[in-house]
Design a binder for this molecule. Structure first.
Ligand code: SAH
Ligand code: F3S
Length: 458
């Protein structure tokens, strides 16, 4: 058996793609290894979303150079978003790379590796290609929760973002192929699926006949064995009342939503080409909170976008306060090649970005901690997924709204089980609870609180 060392950077979609590559190469007698020095083939699945992500890859390539010097038969390949965006820079800065291929070529990874072994000089394969659903023989790190890509690409062209350049146009997988994948996962014992797409709530518009994410969630709800359905990342522009109602009405749809805001200033939102205003976003939040009381909300924010004044930034802080996010990701704006915003004249100094980022995180942490504190005393349903990171004698699980809760499992084997826990203590990033005996009314039973009470905070 040959040995494959796979290094994955970036988003969940990259993790999903890496699993597929490991599966396809596994069929061709490549065994995964954790040790790069044992590998015959090293693949780096890369991210290009911010400059920092790319720098990590280049520095790793620098370290791998010595392995190649020791073992000239070693094949080193780059896949993922940098393959698409930075082909020239890769060949210039890391000439020992043998293979560069984009996500459309993943289905042909075996053939490409063979070519790279045969041919001298790098094999490049970064054209657009047909959409293929790759399933079967996929080694996954977790036997409980799985990602399922439901659509590829993005058509939105936000002025800061490389995704439309690296992942191509929006293309949805058919509901049948997704259902088949989810049924296969359920048979293997998986209990939670997360649908992935860069713009996941635009799902199905391009299919014939067209369909939508709400319809997909309804169909997957019928798959026995799967208990929880999540999806990410949603775009405010495509958030429909139908999808919001599905979060309330479809039993297995979890009551949480990641809804990237990016900025709270209308002027900056327009320059970002986001397609909504602050008022429209707030109207969506009001509808979400009213329809799905207690819903957990999270977001992505960018600080220091070109032209962002202190006043614009304060508008973002104000939105964080008004919405009351449970958690958020905040990034310093990073100019990306071939994106319009990189050419905007009024770039913000790095020191201002850093200051704004730390202030934003301070506010977000305070609000997240308050939201956690308000859960103390509630009974919540957990999917037990392992041991507590802080204390391995304790078990850990996630609520339907994706909060981590640690609890004393009283020596029971509960991995993969749904249990009820009463929240006893709130820490900034996690909760502690105690098991509620099985005979106590379960939140999902007919006498229990309605579905929307599961995430608390009414
Ligand atoms: N599809 C998602 C975004 C995917 S990229 C959406 O609808 O918004 C993940 C996050 O990275 C984005 O939400 C954004 O906050 C951040 N990001 C993207 N490009 C960036 C850049 N050039 N600089 C800093 N952050 C960026
Ligand atoms: Fe990027 Fe905007 Fe699409 S952030 S992924 S271009 S919605």
């Amino acid at each position: 058996m040959a040995k494959l060392h796979l290094i994955t950077y970036g988003c969940q979609m990259n993790e999903y793609d890496s699993e597929r590559v490991a599966g396809l190469l596994g069929n061709l007698q490549y065994d995964l290894t954790d040790r790069e020095e044992d590998a015959d083939l090293i693949l780096l699945n890369t991210c290009a979303i911010r400059e920092k992500a790319e720098e990590k890859v280049f520095s790793r390539l620098g370290q791998l150079r010595r392995l190649k010097a020791k073992n000239p038969n070693l094949v080193i390949g780059i896949m993922g978003c940098m393959a698409q965006l930075q082909q020239g820079a890769i060949l210039e800065r890391a000439p020992m790379v043998d293979l560069v291929f984009g996500s459309p070529a993943i289905a042909r990874v075996g053939e490409l590796v063979e070519r790279a072994k045969r041919e001298r000089g790098p094999v490049l394969e970064t054209r657009e290609g047909p959409l293929t659903k790759l399933t079967g023989n996929v080694p996954r790190p977790d036997r409980l929760k799985a990602f399922v890509t439901v659509m590829e690409g993005c058509d939105k062209f936000c002025t800061f973002c490389v995704v439309p350049l690296t992942r191509g146009r929006e293309r949805s997988h058919t509901p049948e192929s997704i259902l088949a994948e989810v049924r296969g996962l359920a048979e293997q014992g998986y209990r939670e699926v997360t649908f992935l797409g860069q713009n996941v709530n635009a799902y199905g518009k391009d299919l014939a006949p067209p369909t939508d994410l709400a319809a997909l969630i309804e169909r997957v709800n019928d798959v026995e064995g799967v208990e929880r359905i999540r999806f990410t990342t949603s775009n405010p522009v495509n958030l429909t009342s139908r999808l919001i109602r599905a979060l309330r009405d479809v039993p297995k749809a979890c009551e949480s939503l990641h809804l990237p805001l990016q900025s709270g200033s209308d002027r900056i939102l327009a320059r970002m080409n986001r397609g909504y205003t602050r008022a429209r976003y707030l109207a969506l939040i009001a509808e979400l909170k009213e329809t799905v009381p207690g819903i957990a909300l999270s977001t992505d924010l960018i600080v220091g976008f070109p032209g962002e004044s202190e006043e614009d930034f304060e508008a973002t802080v104000d939105m964080v306060e008004q919405v009351g996010y449970d958690s958020l990701f905040a990034f310093r704006y990073s100019p990306r090649p071939r994106t319009p915003a990189a050419g905007f004249a009024d770039q913000v100094p790095e020191a201002d970005k850093a200051r704004r980022l730390s202030r934003l995180l301070e506010v977000a942490n305070r609000i997240g901690a308050q939201r956690n504190l308000a859960l103390v005393g509630r009974v919540m349903e957990l999917l037990v997924d392992g041991l507590s990171k802080k204390d391995p004698r304790e078990l850990s699980g996630r609520t339907r709204c994706n909060r981590a809760v640690n609890f004393d499992g009283q020596g029971r084997r509960l991995y993969g089980e749904l249990v009820n826990v009463r929240i006893t203590q709130a820490m900034p990033h996690s909760l502690r609870g105690t098991l509620v005996p099985a005979e106590a009314p379960a939140p999902l039973s007919s006498e229990g609180p309605p579905k929307e009470a599961l995430c608390g905070l009414r």
